[in-house]
Design a protein. Sequence first.
Length: 259
Amino acid sequence: METRFFGCGAARVTLYCRYHFPAVPTTKMRMPRPRQRPHVTVNMAMSLDGRISTYKREQITLGTKHDRHLMDVLRASHDAVIVGAGTVRYDGFPVLVRDEEVRRKRVARGLSPHPVNVIMSRTLDLPTNRPIFNRKDTERVIFTTRVAPDARVRRFRRIAEVVLLPRKTLSPTAVLRDLAARGMKKVLMEGGGELHFAFARERAVDEVYVTLTPRLLGGHDAPTILDGKGFLKKDHLRLELVSCQRKQDELFLHYRVKY
C-alpha cells in the first residue's frame, strides 16, 4: 500500500491505491437484499475527462492489457453482458472472454466459454454484418419492442433469439426480469452511456468498475459513461468507493451504488 498525494497546499487530497493488480476481484461485497432481478455491474474504460470514445464515435482502445485482463475476468464471472444498439452500430464486436486461462476456468465451472451476448434495440435498426452476429460460439439474445418492423424481427430471428417486449419503449426492468427467469444471477453492462443511464434511472445498477486512462478526448458530443437525460441534484446516484488500484498510468476504480 502506498500513499499518493494529489493537489497542492491546503487543497491537497490523499488517495490510497494498491499497486498490486489482482488476477481476480477479491473485495468482499455486502450483498443487497434479495430481489427479483440479477445483480447488475457496469464496466467501462474512460479518458481522464470522462469520455468513452471520440465525438465521431471512433473505435478506440483506451485501456492497456491490464484493463483488458480485468474486462475478461469480469466477463467470465457474469452470466450475460448487455450492450446497446449504438455500441453494436459503432463497435459491433462480440463479447468474448479472450484470455485463454480465464476462459478455461470459466468452462471448468460448467459454463459456456463466453457469457450470453444481450443486445437492446428498440427498433432493430442494426446492421446484420457486424461481427457480433457472426460468431458460432456465442449465444445471442436481442430485446426489442413492438415498434420494430416485422421484417426486421424475422431477419434477426435467423441469427439470434429475439424477445419482443409488449411496450413501445425498452424497459430495463422487463429485460432483467426475463434474464432472471432464465436463471441468470449476474449481468454485466458495457455501454453505451444511454443504456447505462436507462438502468441507473430505474435503480438497476449495483456496482461500477471504471478504468481511468491517461488520455484527454474532449468534445461536447463525445459519449460518456452515463449519457441520456441525466439526473437532477435531488435524485442523482451516490457511490461508495470499494477499491482503488493503480497499474502504471491507469487507475482501476470499483464502486458500489448506494440506494
